[in-house]
Design a protein around this ligand. Structure first.
Ligand SMILES: Nc1ncnc2c1ncn2[C@@H]1O[C@H](COP(=O)(O)OP(=O)(O)OP(=O)(O)O)[C@@H](O)[C@H]1O
Ligand SMILES: [Mg+2]
Length: 454
């Protein structure tokens, strides 16, 4: 056993013994209270009527019933207000008002909530002229509203975008969509905290709206709209020069580096609440990784350093143990560990092309990305290395969402759940891969897939 493990073990045993010792007086006190209390308790403890204010004695039934009334009334006041506020926040466009409400709600989730609750209580009591359960309930409701609102917004985010789109597509009125779809869908999640059912429904990882990219006057990506679901693989296909790479690079803000490039539209994440094009580019790239056509491990870095290069380049300090763990875990995820575990400190560029590409995938995974963009990741590789990467991509979708540009029909049909076909900068067709390859709706898609051009 090395010294570090020994220290850790010693520390945990000491903590265990100390917490045990600290608990002894507590257990003794509880034991004493139970023994003394039980001996003196009779039924009047519950039923005795309340004496005049200031006089000791009286049963607890009053307090229990009072608390029940108080919480019921405050819940009845707070719940509808909070749910409607949450719906307003989740579905209205971002504005100064929504920003202000969001700010107040986040402030009111801590100590200020108590201050506001007490102030409300004082104010209600003053205007009513007496202490009453109603004034207490109103004050408690005021304190509850921020919590329920924030919780409800979180649950609303779990509703699959497709469900809401379906309701709109049926010609639904917003008010009816709210009362017939949104509220009934969120209520179970709010009341029981059992949100697993909602979580298993496909969630949106990314929603692209009217995305256009220009290089100077050249309109290269034209009004692309598409929705990518979490934990799915989306293949983007199309003839050379149709804008596939340009589209992909817009998603992790690579065009910021090109002076002539201009991007418009929206790329929404976080359930539609954040637009990639308006976020800080570095934080986007830390959440959305990219792997290029030619494997490009950093030539000056070892395999080990390449895996943690994201941390080196963003200046995040890690302990040796954390680094070791990240390297092993992510090389395993990238199916490369067995091949390189004995030469972690040799340079990454001495690996084969396929291994280098898996190393590049490992370094993105080490940043715990949510989405991985792959631009023809296997076009420079031989068939065996290609198969390894394809198997890897399929396995990775359990954890992340993947968008892969590919020229290979067979690759797209083998690994992807959805396929998009781009032509002259437009996304001509986007559907489940099965539908695209069996009954494409567009003539151009059919011609491309049957090899009439490419
Ligand atoms: N940095 C750039 N500056 C100017 N024009 C560019 C730039 N990058 C791409 N283009 C142009 O944008 C168009 C689309 O290029 P893009 O690389 O997106 O196509 P692609 O579909 O990925 O093609 P391929 O299949 O050959 O990789 C092309 O006409 C290309 O010349
Ligand atoms: Mg390309």
């Amino acid at each position: 056993m090395d010294i570090r493990t020994l220290k850790t073990k010693l520390f945990s045993y000491t903590c265990f013994v100390l917490s045990f010792i600290a608990m002894i007086p507590l257990v003794l006190i509880v034991f004493y209270l139970c023994r003394e209390g039980l001996a003196r308790m009779d039924f009047s403890f519950f039923t005795e009527t309340q004496p005049a204010p200031g006089v000791s004695g009286g049963g607890v039934s009053n307090a229990i019933i009072g608390t029940l009334f108080l919480t019921t009334i405050s819940t009845l006041i707070a719940t509808p207000i909070s749910i409607l506020s949450a719906i307003y926040l989740a579905f209205s466009k971002k504005s100064k008002i929504t920003e202000m409400i969001n700010l107040s709600i986040s402030v009111l989730q801590s100590i200020p909530a108590i201050v506001v609750g007490l102030a409300t209580y004082t104010w209600v009591v003053r205007s009513m002229g007496s202490f009453s359960m109603i004034s207490g309930a109103i004050a408690l409701a005021v304190m509850m509203i921020p919590y329920i609102t924030v919780n409800t917004v979180e649950v609303i985010k779990l509703i699959p975008q497709t469900t809401i789109e379906a309701a709109y597509a049926m010609g639904g009125k917003f008010s009816l969509i709210v009362f017939r779809v949104i509220i009934p869908t969120i209520l179970p999640g709010l009341i029981t905290e059992q949100r697993s059912e909602m979580k298993t429904l496909p969630k949106v990882a990314l929603k692209v709206e009217n995305l256009s990219v220009w290089f100077s006057q050249n309109h290269v990506v034209k009004n692309v709209n598409l929705t990518v679901h979490k934990n799915k693989i989306v293949a983007i296909m199309g003839p050379s020069g149709c804008g596939k790479s340009t589209f992909l690079r817009a998603i992790n803000r690579m065009h910021d580096l090109t002076e002539t490039a201009r991007v418009s539209g929206k790329i929404l994440i976080d359930g539609g609440s954040s637009d990639i094009l308006e976020m800080d580019a570095m934080s986007v790239r830390q959440r959305i990784g990219m792997v290029f056509q030619r494997p490009n491990p950093f030539p000056n870095m070892t395999i080990y350093q390449n895996v943690i290069s994201g941390y080196i380049l963003t200046g995040k300090k890690l302990k040796k143990q954390e680094k070791d763990q990240l390297v092993e875990e992510n090389l395993k995820k990238a199916a490369l560990w067995d091949e390189v575990k004995d030469r972690l400190h040799s340079r990454g560029i001495f690996l084969s092309g396929g291994q280098q590409q898996r190393l590049c995938i490992a370094r993105s995974l080490a940043m715990k990305v949510e989405t991985l963009l792959l631009d023809e990741p296997t076009s420079a590789l031989d068939p065996i290395a290609t198969t390894k990467i394809e198997n890897l991509i399929e396995k990775l979708k359990d954890e992340i969402t993947i968008i892969v540009v590919t020229h290979s029909n067979s690759q797209a049909s083998r690994i992807s759940d959805y396929t998009g076909f781009m032509y002259l900068g437009e996304l001509i067709e986007y559907d489940s891969t099965k539908t695209m390859f069996t009954v494409p709706k567009n003539k151009k898609t059919e011609e491309y897939l049957t090899g009439k051009f490419g």
